[in-house]
Design a protein around this ligand. Structure first.
Ligand code: PLP
Length: 324
């Protein structure tokens, strides 16, 4: 008997009809890092090349498996700087940064053995899969869902047998945010995030899969693109990054790299006005041997939101507060 066999009783949360998931043919897991862990456990590479500029959560699966990490540097357009001496048995992971680096990802598949290339699209939910070993997605960076990861891989891998049962407990901040301002739910958000670390790969929960089935994907893509274009129109002259928005790219955020070292101060000033920016990834600068450009990205860059909740008046408020 399954939960859907029951008749009557209390209702579940009312949701729009499920019209389908965006990555309907992917393997479903509880997070992007779990997808990487499952891949590593299955394929056992001798080492993995990772960018210096990546969050700790994607290094965790390598530590868990005891697989050596080799680091590569980025160039000013967030492509890989220089050539990679990828030895037999080694894999490489590249991040589709901010949803703006699909072209780099596709060029890498021409340059490197594609059966040893993984693309991390955690910041690029809508990016099409590159023809290579693996494409990994993390939906909750783009939508209000508690967890989840998608994996498209050329390896013949089953989905994990055991299913995640923790999603309902990870929904408090999502409900709180629907009910009012973000501040009271922040601790719950942090707790939900930390509950995803150090986990064996699990199959995506029924709840998360149901939530991902009823999202207005087309509307979200259009709103993000339009918000990004507006921010770019206003801020491009101040931006050290030259990252064009490809015709079908859907960005995570508008990354604004400032030359004057004022990013941290501006981020704090914005938070005082209740404009909250993420920090991608302060931990990078602490790593021994990290090159200066990669180390400086977190401190030098502001990651301005362009998500589907924002309309032009919100962006005007954001820009005015930023330029104060
Ligand atoms: C580029 C990138 N990859 C992977 C992850 C991890 O995703 P998840 O939290 O779904 O494991 C993150 C988030 O921290 C990320 O920013």
């Amino acid at each position: 008997m399954t939960s859907s066999d029951a008749i009557g009783g209390y209702f579940e949360l009312a949701l729009p009809p499920a019209s389908g998931e965006y990555h309907a043919h992917a393997l479903r897991l509880q997070s992007a890092r779990a997808a990487l862990l499952a891949l590593l456990q299955h394929g056992r590479p001798t080492a993995v090349w990772m960018p210096w500029y990546i969050c700790d959560s994607m290094l965790e699966p390598l530590l868990v498996c005891g697989i050596p990490v080799k680091h590569y540097a980025l160039d000013s357009r967030l492509g890989i700087a220089g050539d990679i001496p990828l030895a037999a048995g080694e894999w490489l992971l590249y991040v589709n940064y901010f949803g703006l680096c699909q072209q780099h990802a596709e060029q890498l598949a021409q340059r490197l053995p594609r059966d040893r290339l993984m693309i991390d699209h955690s910041q690029a939910f809508f990016a099409p899969a590159v023809d290579c070993l693996a494409n990994i997605y993390s939906p909750r960076k783009f939508f209000g869902v508690p967890d989840g990861g998608y994996l498209l891989t050329s390896l013949d891998m089953p989905a994990p047998a055991q299913q995640d049962t923790g999603s309902a407990a990870r929904c408090r901040h999502l409900l709180q945010r629907l009910d009012g301002p973000p501040e009271p739910g922040y601790a719950d958000y942090m707790a939900a995030e930390s509950s995803l670390s150090q986990q064996a790969p699990l199959r995506m929960s029924t709840l998360t899969q149901r939530l991902l089935g009823s999202i207005d994907y087309a509307g979200i893509q259009a709103q993000r693109r339009s918000n990004y274009a507006y921010l770019a129109q206003q801020l491009a002259p101040r931006n050290q990054f030259q990252l064009p928005l490809d015709a079908d790219a859907v960005p995570l955020c508008y990354p604004l790299l400032l030359a004057d070292g004022s990013a941290a101060q501006r981020r704090t000033a914005l938070a005082r006005q209740r404009i909250y920016l993420p920090a991608y990834w302060p931990e990078v600068a602490q790593r021994a041997g990290v090159p200066p450009f990669d180390a400086g990205l977190a401190a030098g860059c502001l990651f301005l939101p362009c998500d589907q909740r924002l309309q032009q008046p919100d962006l005007d408020r954001l820009i005015a507060a930023l330029l104060e």
